[in-house]
Design a protein around this ligand. Structure first.
Ligand code: NDP
Length: 477
């Protein structure tokens, strides 16, 4: 028999996606560069559905229904180009290659064009939710030509997570749009995790609580506005007892965060686009600072902090931290969505941002109640510049801001680093200023570089001969 769809690359993600598809009654062909992995896969999971194991790419391609639908789930980067290069001569016009790994959106754009030259349709789809999501229902962000999407929509929508009967899968846009949105999703995940880590740091070093006590606080927070997968698992991680020491497991985990690069890509693209993206970028920097463990060890013994005993802490500290966390989270999402909007305009993607919030409600790492609020905001205001400007978020931050400011002051007094909390507050204070201090920046730029400035009270560009006769001249005609 012929297989409806094929999966090449049977490491954890590819294997779990193939199993998920087969469980939905779709016959799947499977292939892996190293054949032993294919054999093991068929031995372990062959009975879960209709699988055809292929030893070579030729055999794999031969068992696929046309137009062929091939999901490539190999290591991101050069391996994806390698597999595409091997597939191209084996395929027929109209066949569809689907890269479901974490590829950079610019690579996806390039691969879409290269494949089109061979008459092939290429799709770049973001898949979130880790191993478990791939198996049980991920959030899927497909990018590519709508006609290609129509050929795979049924399968993708059926294997995706479902929330209130809606699949967490929708056509995102052409070429790199799906991978772009997945990238920003991961960036937001970095910010969410950093904010949680800062709350944990404050609860430990300002409130003086131990890990299990903080775990209970997170579990309680998970019943309110903060309800989300990440807050839920924070509660679980913090209460876990280590079998070796009998103490909390987190207390013996090395404090160096690793990263695979999607947060960095998000920050880099924000810089390229000229979008202020402080929370995600600070989250990336915080991970890089955490990695400097030896330097931090030396600095801890050398660099002074605030005198001990400075800074009182208030009895409502825990509630303050919760409010600061929520307000900072609103800012992080507002920034991430503003970035997607800017990218949509720059690339002509026509992204439906409300739909993005909708497909992130299930399956993915940042799944949260909160996303319903974002979906509703865009349903009412599709061209919204900034989420902070819809009444729900405006009020949420207004209500939280006193606590947020107290937490930032307290952290500063205690010498606890809170880059994401404090930069989010600075962004908020900067964004709500009708007139900021950039007038001085322009004055300085004009002084040392004759870069010119504009005036509030007159049209045109001006330069002052600051160091010569001090006279202002109009520079635009
Ligand atoms: P890995 O990223 O560890 O990649 C291993 C797979 O790639 C193996 O099947 C390997 O084949 C294959 N491969 C590597 N190089 C080549 C090559 N040159 N030619 C052909 N095949 C090659 O697998 P994962 O399952 O962890 O991830 C797959 C993709 O999904 C990645 O893009 C990853 O970023 C993304 N992703 C991963 C998540 C996760 O939680 N792990 C979550 C979301 C996305 P072989 O067995 O022969 O070595």
């Amino acid at each position: 028999g012929q297989s409806r769809i094929g999966v090449t690359g049977l490491a954890v993600m590819g294997a779990n996606l193939a199993r998920n598809i087969a469980r939905h009654g779709v016959p799947v062909a499977v292939h892996n560069r190293t054949t032993a992995r294919t054999t093991e896969f068929i031995e372990a999971h062959g009975q879960e559905g209709t699988f055809t194991g292929a030893e070579t790419l030729e055999d794999f391609v031969a068992v696929l229904e046309k137009p062929r639908r091939i999901i490539v789930m190999v290591k991101a980067g050069a391996p994806v180009d390698g597999v595409i290069g091997e597939l191209v001569p084996l395929l027929d016009p109209g066949d569809i290659i689907i890269d479901a790994g974490n590829s950079h959106f610019a690579d996806t754009k390039r691969r879409t064009e290269d494949c089109a030259r061979h008459g092939l349709r290429f799709m770049g789809i973001g898949v979130s939710g880790g191993e478990e999501g791939a198996l049980l229902g991920p959030s899927i962000m497909p990018g590519g030509h709508p006609a290609a999407y129509a050929e795979v929509e049924e399968v993708l929508a059926s294997i995706a997570a479902q929330v209130d009967g809606t699949p967490c899968c929708t056509h995102v846009g052409p070429d790199g749009a799906g991978h772009y949105v997945k990238m920003v999703h991961n960036g937001i995940e970095y910010a969410d995790i950093q904010l949680i880590a800062e709350a944990y740091d404050l609860l430990t070093h300002v409130a003086g609580l131990d890990a299990p006590a903080i775990g209970s606080i997170f579990s309680e927070w998970n019943t309110g506005d903060l309800e989300s997968f990440l807050i839920e698992i924070t509660g679980k991680v913090l209460v876990k007892t280590d079998e070796r020491t009998g103490g909390p497991l987190v207390d013996v985990i090395v404090d160096q965060a690793e990263q695979k690069g999607t947060g960095r890509w998000t920050a880099i693209d924000a810089l390229e686009l000229g979008v202020p993206l402080t929370a995600i970028t600070e989250a990336v920097f915080a991970r890089t600072l955490s990695a400097l463990r030896d330097e931090r060890g030396a600095a801890a013994a050398t660099l002074a902090g605030p005198a001990p005993g400075r800074g009182e802490h208030r009895p409502d500290l825990v509630d303050d931290i919760r409010e600061a966390l929520y307000a900072s989270k609103v800012v992080a999402y507002a920034q991430g969505f503003a970035q997607m909007r800017a990218a949509s305009i720059a690339n002509g993607w026509n992204l439906d941002l409300g739909a993005m919030a909708t497909i992130w409600r299930g399956g993915c790492i940042i799944r949260a109640q909160f996303l319903n609020r974002i979906r509703d905001a865009y349903a009412e205001h599709p061209d919204l510049d900034n989420l902070l400007m819809v009444p729900y978020f405006t009020e949420a931050v207004a209500n939280a801001q006193d606590a947020w400011r107290r937490v930032v002051m307290m952290a500063t007094e205690h010498g606890v680093a809170i880059p994401a909390f404090s930069s989010s507050l600075s962004y908020y204070d900067g964004y709500r200023r009708e007139r900021g201090p950039a007038n001085l920046i322009q004055g300085l730029r004009d002084y040392f570089g004759a870069h010119t400035y504009r005036r509030l009270d007159a049209e045109g560009s001006f330069h002052t001969r600051w160091a010569q006769d001090g006279v202002e001249v109009r520079t635009d005609g």
